[in-house]
Design a binder for this molecule. Structure first.
Ligand code: BDR
Ligand code: CA
Length: 309
């Protein structure tokens, strides 16, 4: 099987941590490196969390640290969801792995050059690192096959009524990505909120019994309580779902649409304005994922997590 060269760009974060554990077990991916960005917490912490998760699953994937703040704005974080350390207070042992000595945007570009058009990128944090690569290297757009983004929403947001966190955190960078000419596949809240786990479903997953599965169950407990307060049926696995979509889209519904990001509106900054069929009908530049089969999603997650010993 020809494996797909891939980079995961993340702001680790509890659901990012699970996404890392899953991507590590997806055989069709050749995970070239992981790049980190400021988002859920500061970049020092998202990087440290990434290294610790890699240690837990014994995966020596190269890690490159990226942007410590958005391209043009002040940084926002999501500590109320992910905890001060970004991992809900779960104290993972220190990692023996270390971060590489190259900024994330240069590492991404160099890998794109090596892969010569076949590289795919999955982003599960704010899009600052990609905004930087597109801005610094004008031929980058010709070197990337596609970008799968966890972020945005065609309907309502989770930080503001209009905007989802990853896009709201750096709307200018996000708009650079959507407007880049590279096919962008948006896994927004429209679909990721369907990828939820109830308390009972988390317990079942934890009963797999290996350390990564127990960590999966435990690290989500804080976000689960937070989500239940807001009337959600469970905890949404935004980032893990995005990784599984990139690996196999057969249990998802996808539409070809036009998407740009609002960067100026007063109430709507960070909204991913999505045109399915307006009178104007702007030319399609992106794909939006709108539905998934939740049972099949959970089955895929269970199978991958069972592969740890
Ligand atoms: C996204 O924001 C972060 O808090 C999560 O890790 C996910 O990437 C959901 O809005
Ligand atoms: Ca994230």
């Amino acid at each position: 099987m020809d494996r797909i060269p891939i980079i995961l760009d993340c702001d680790t974060g509890v659901d990012d941590a699970i996404a890392i554990m899953l991507i590590n077990k997806i055989k069709k991916f050749d995970l070239k490196c992981i790049t980190t960005v400021a988002g859920n917490v500061e970049v020092e912490k998202t990087t440290r969390n990434t290294l610790r998760v890699l240690q837990l699953i014994d995966a020596g994937v190269p890690v490159y640290k990226g942007a410590d703040r958005p391209m043009f704005r002040k940084q926002i974080t999501a500590e109320e969801v992910h905890g001060h350390d970004g991992l809900g207070g779960i104290d993972l042992p220190l990692s023996s792995y270390d971060v590489k000595n190259l900024p994330a945007w240069d590492a991404i570009y160099q890998e794109a050059v090596r892969c010569d058009g076949s590289l795919e990128i999955i982003t599960i944090g704010p899009l600052t690192n990609l905004g930087m690569v597109f801005t610094k290297y004008c031929n980058f757009k010709n070197l990337i096959k596609r970008i799968v983004v966890m972020g945005g929403s065609a309907t309502s947001g989770n930080v503001t009524p209009a905007a989802e966190f990853n896009i709201y955190a750096d709307p200018e960078a996000a708009d650079i990505v959507f407007n880049s000419g590279v096919p962008v596949f948006m896994c927004g809240l429209d679909v990721t909120n369907q990828a939820y786990y109830t308390a009972q479903e988390l317990e079942k997953l934890g009963k797999i019994g290996n350390q990564p599965a127990k960590f999966f169950r435990d690290v989500l407990q804080g976000v689960l309580s937070y989500s239940l307060q807001f009337g959600c049926p469970g905890v949404s696995l935004h980032d893990p779902m995005t990784v599984l979509y990139a690996a196999d889209d057969s249990i998802f519904e996808t539409h070809h649409v036009w998407i740009r990001v609002e960067t100026k509106g007063q109430l709507t900054i960070g909204k991913t304005v999505t045109d399915f069929s307006s009178d104007k009908k702007y030319p399609n530049n992106a794909y939006i994922v709108t539905n998934l089969q939740r049972d099949a999603f959970q089955e895929h997650v269970y199978t991958l997590m069972s592969e740890y010993s």
